[in-house]
Each structure stands twice: as C-alpha cells, then as structure tokens.
Design a protein. Sequence first.
Length: 390
Amino acid sequence: MSQTLTILKHSGSLPHLIFAVAIIMLVACNKQDSTPEPTPVAGEPIVVTETILNNRDIIWGMDFLPDGRIVFTEKSGGIFLFDTATKAETALTGFATDADSRGQGGLLDICVHPAYPTNGWVYAAYSSTGGFINLVRFKISGTAITGFQTLHKSATASTWYGHYGSRILFAPDGMLYWSVGEGGSSSYGGPTTPHSNAQRLDNNLWGKVHRLNADGSLPTSNPLLPGGLRNTIFTYGNRNPQGLAVDATGNVWETEHGPQGGCEVNLLQPGSNYGWPYYSDGRNYDGTTISNGHGGAGITQPIRSWSPAVAPAGLAFINSPTWKSWNGNLLMGSLGRRQLFRLVLNGTQVQSEHTLLNDAGRIRNVKMGPDGHVYVSIEGPGRIVRLKAQ
C-alpha cells in the first residue's frame, strides 16, 4: 500500500490518477481473493484434495488392484479400470446381462481378493431383473471379464427395488463379509411391520451381514444362531447396511441407514441381533413410532446413532502414519448430509466427531489406498477425489 500512496503523491495528471486508482483496486482484489494457507495444528495432518476422475455416473464401488489401478462400478451398469497415474480409463466387457439399475439397485460394490496376485478373483454385488440381489466373482483378462461365477442369489425379491445394501469386505480372518439390506415390499418398522426379512434366520439373505468362505460356502466357524441354526448369517436385524470396514484388531464395523433418524454405526458381534424392523432410534416416514429407544431383550445397541438421518455410506479406517494423530480414525461418508465424517474412537466408543469434507456432494464410498491416501467417490457428478495428508 505504501507503493500506491507514492504513486498518488507523484501523479500530476488525470491519466496518472486513473492508473493509480487501478493499482489500488488490483491490490485490493488480490488481497480479497487470496486463500490463506491452512494453519497447522500440532500432531495433525494438513489435507490436500484432488479430483482425479470426474463426470461419471454414480460410482458405487471401488477397490485397488495390486498395480495401483482402481477397479470401479457405475450404478447404471459397467465396470471400469482407472490408472491413477496416467488417468486412463478402460471399460471391462462380459459382466452379467441381467443387471437392473431401477430404484436403489444396479451394479453395487466391488472387492479385490487379498490374494489377487495368485488367484485373480474380483467380487461384486448387483441387483438383477425383478429385484434380486446377487454376489458374484470373476477374473479380468485384458479388458474382458472371465470365469464369471454366481455365489449367491436371493430367493425372493425387493419388489420396491430398494434397500439392497450392499458392501463386500475381506477381513484378516480370511472370511468374506457381505452386507445385504432388508429388501422386501417396503421399509416400515415397528410391531405392525408387514415384513420382517431382517429377523428371519433361515437362508433368507435380506437384512443381514453374511460371513462366507472365498468360494461362497459356509464356514464351520460361523456363529450358532437362536434355535441352533448355523448358516451364512453373521449378524441380523440390519436395515440397509452401506458401509463395512475392519479395524487394526480385526473387528468388523458397519454403517446402516435408519428411516427418519436412527442411522447407525455398529461394531458387529457374531450372532447378534441389531433390531430392525422392531427396534430403531428413528421414526417411520409417516411419523409413527417404531420403538421406545433401541434397547430390548437380545438386541445389540449401535455404537453411534444419528437423528436426524445422515444416510451413512462408505466406511474406512485410516491406516497410514502419514495421517499423524488421525491414524486409526474412522472415516464415514454421508449421502444425506453430503459430508465426510471423521470419527475419533476410544476403544469401541466414538470419542469425538469431525467433518473432513463439507457439502461436497453425496459421498457414496470411502477407501484407503495402498499408497496411504484416502479415496472418496462423490455423486453429482460421479467423481473420485483423492485426499493426501501432509
């Protein structure tokens, strides 16, 4: 500003004065438009965000191949490879022709087997014609899908094409965990609910988290359920689970949508009942009460519940020292609030809650990359954003 005052002092003509005023305005605009550098906080990372893929449909599932490429699904149909270095995109051919994207369905999650270099398996979940939910696996040969196998398909349909789940996770115990929403004909909770898929303990897939061998078969170590049953069910009473993650000790965590409120983060305990459709902290969409709180005989309480609803989606634990004091925190995407939450845990309890991305769009998925960065898929338009810690 002192330079500007000097110009004014020595300007003896109208052109000089106009030039001086322009200089003042330029300095002021530059000052106003400048973005201050984030203030470092001791022990915390500075996060830099970068959009690496843009203008896509809803990117529902994504995972990493050993060479660092991302394999991702679009809800409307299609599986793609994306090279994060060259930004090259490649469409894969040969997926099932009965995929149906009506309602909340379509091509859903995708998961690369931890032993991919030796077995080449990739797993996916999708809804098929008529509202059925499917778990499949296949291999990738160049740009073609080969060796396609259907591991499970629901015997009944989600006739309203909603609440499919559906996340896929391999845990350190070598087991495949697959979350499936309640399906059925509607979503209505309480003692007068017209259906209770999530409480059925037979081979009904809906409303559960399933624990499977890699080939889809039943592990003999699965929990014994009430009535002496043992099948693929790991937990039940789950409404619409759209996030699965495993912590450093091997515990599996899950997020699920509530109706009007009652969205949950759960620590999954083998053989546990999480209450839906008879227990929820939320209310039905018509405003009626579901239950008086979430507690009941034999019902497992959520670790954290949100009301109003946040529509939680993807879930991932930070597991890189580059994230400093945030290492070990739990990241959760929100479709409803369009935020990325960072949950600080104290053991198995949520100690504090922070917002990492705000009003970024509907955050569908969160993944920790093998490079130590966080990858987030966001809707409107479909894109992948990479978060780097410095």
